[in-house]
Design a binder for this molecule. Structure first.
Ligand SMILES: NC(=O)c1ccc[n+]([C@@H]2O[C@H](COP(=O)([O-])OP(=O)(O)OC[C@H]3O[C@@H](n4cnc5c(N)ncnc54)[C@H](O)[C@@H]3O)[C@@H](O)[C@H]2O)c1
Length: 437
């Protein structure tokens, strides 16, 4: 990929369209409103709080990322979205019960003005949900054209000069790539024939990409991981990234596992279990949706630990992940990890993690960062898979001949070096030999 020579400055409004207006999306929207009104801090957001070192350690140049790369300021973001429930973002946020009533009250006016457009929804792909705010059309192709029209109309109405679409919708049933996904042409024919391997999330992605609009996938759905989408993203200059926001248990896993491996500490097993009681948890009760999530959660350890390179340390790891829907907890998930490790001469030890987290509080800043970075990527002339955004995902996308990079610290370095590269700054290797000449 060529280094961008110019990055178009952000002018006008940036339209943010969320597919799904549930817990994550409304916590994201409410947060942006509170932050814009100086009523809260953007904690957890790399674009808002992160800094980046430039040049040598002796130069003392460490600007905020948002001052280094031309990101759109939060004041320019305008929001819309789709959902099968007709509730406004305020009603949906109240239902999700993530934010306190004080915070909700502060964001009420803003959230009440965001009403979801009709969803392209099909119960065959999310079995536990049913709602009235859905599109009706002859076939999947016509549904996708309606979504394209929604994007164009939203853009006009909100006077957005650019848009980004981000999937904050439910986890769909487990699908694998098939012939119909192999080319853009076959995919289009498949939509016209209502092919069952084409899920609603793919219709949104198709509509966004063919409108030249970047698309991020916050769920573990197959959506973008098919050649047809990648072909279209190149053709329409749309940056894409996914999948599945890296929050909670997997975030901790990708912090701990690289540390154990760096010190050559062995692993016998990693048992992860969760209780959560939000709508996401309810959807994941369906075994077919759970399978999609499970696949996404299981991959990280295998890639980080490289058992083929270290058979004595990681050749026989027992890795299990469980999710239990437990309504009393709402969005406040509890995740337990039991980690069986071994050290010098094979002596066993254990680590126990008990993470009392808040799912949407962890996911909302990622949605913000992804929207701003995808818009930046597009203005820098980048398109297709944005591997440098792996930092935000449980199951990062990469070129077909590569393996994904899961180690959070390598992901962070990759992201910051990409920003330096975009801006023509020297890349930082952390060698540091020049300080000792
Ligand atoms: N919160 C986290 O930490 C986290 C982490 C990783 C991934 N995720 C994923 O993010 C997604 C959103 O999570 P959430 O907690 O906000 O869930 P949620 O159930 O509160 O919200 C999802 C919303 O999407 C809507 N929806 C489903 N299918 C749709 C369609 N085809 N079109 C339009 N709307 C549709 C649902 O009606 C619902 O309102 C889930 O897939 C979840 O697995 C969340």
């Amino acid at each position: 990929m060529r280094r961008p020579t110019t990055i178009t400055p952000p002018k006008g409004n940036l339209g943010v369209l969320t597919v799904g207006m549930g817990a994550v999306a409304t916590t994201f929207m409410a947060g942006v409103d509170l932050i814009r009104n100086n009523a809260a801090q953007p904690v957890g957001s790399t674009t808002q709080l992160g800094t980046i070192r430039l040049g040598k350690r002796t130069e003392g140049r460490t600007p905020l990322i948002k001052d280094f790369v031309p990101l759109d300021p939060l004041k320019n973001l305008v929001f819309g979205g789709w959902d099968l429930f007709p509730d406004t973002a305020y009603e949906a946020a109240a239902h999700a019960a993530v934010l306190s009533s004080e915070d909700l009250a502060k964001a009420k006016k803003f959230l009440s003005g965001i009403r979801p457009m009709k969803a392209a929804f099909d119960r065959n792909y999310v079995k536990r949900l049913d709602g009235p705010n859905v599109k009706k059309a002859k076939n999947k192709y016509d549904l996708a054209l309606e979504i394209k029209n929604d994007i164009a109309e939203f853009r006009k109405k909100s006077k957005a000069s650019r848009c980004v679409v981000i999937w904050c919708g439910s986890t769909e049933i487990f699908l694998t790539p098939e012939e119909v996904h192999s080319t853009a042409k076959k995919f289009e024919e498949g939509m016209k024939k209502n092919h069952p391997a084409i899920a609603p999330s793919m219709l949104y992605a198709w509509a966004a990409i063919t409108s030249g609009v970047p698309f991020a996938n916050g769920a573990p759905n197959l959506t973008l991981d098919i050649p047809a989408m990648q072909e279209l993203a190149a053709k329409h200059d749309a940056p894409i990234c996914g999948k599945d926001f890296k929050t909670g248990q997997t975030l901790l896993k990708t912090i701990l596992a690289p540390g154990l491996k760096a010190r050559m500490i062995g692993l016998n097993g990693w048992f992860s279990t969760n209780i959560l009681g939000n709508r996401d948890g309810e959807v994941l009760e369906d075994p077919e949706s759970f399978k999609t999530k499970e696949e996404s959660k299981l991959g990280a350890l295998e890639y980080i630990l490289q058992p083929k390179l270290y058979p004595n340390l990681y050749g026989n790891v027992c890795h299990k992940v469980r999710i239990n829907y437990y309504p009393p907890r709402g969005d406040n998930k509890e995740g337990w990890d039991n980690i069986d490790i071994f050290g010098w001469l094979g002596y066993p030890m254990q680590i126990k993690v008990d993470f009392l987290c808040r799912d949407s509080i962890l996911a909302a800043p990622l949605a913000l960062d992804l929207v701003l970075f995808l818009d930046l990527a597009q203005r820098a002339g980048l398109h297709g898979i944005q591997e440098w955004l792996s930092f935000f995902f449980k199951s990062p996308m990469c070129a077909p001949e590569l393996y994904p990079e899961h180690d959070l610290f390598i992901q962070s370095m990759k992201m910051k070096n990409t920003l330096r590269w975009m801006m023509g700054e020297e890349l930082i290797t952390h060698l540091g030999s020049e300080y000792y000449d």
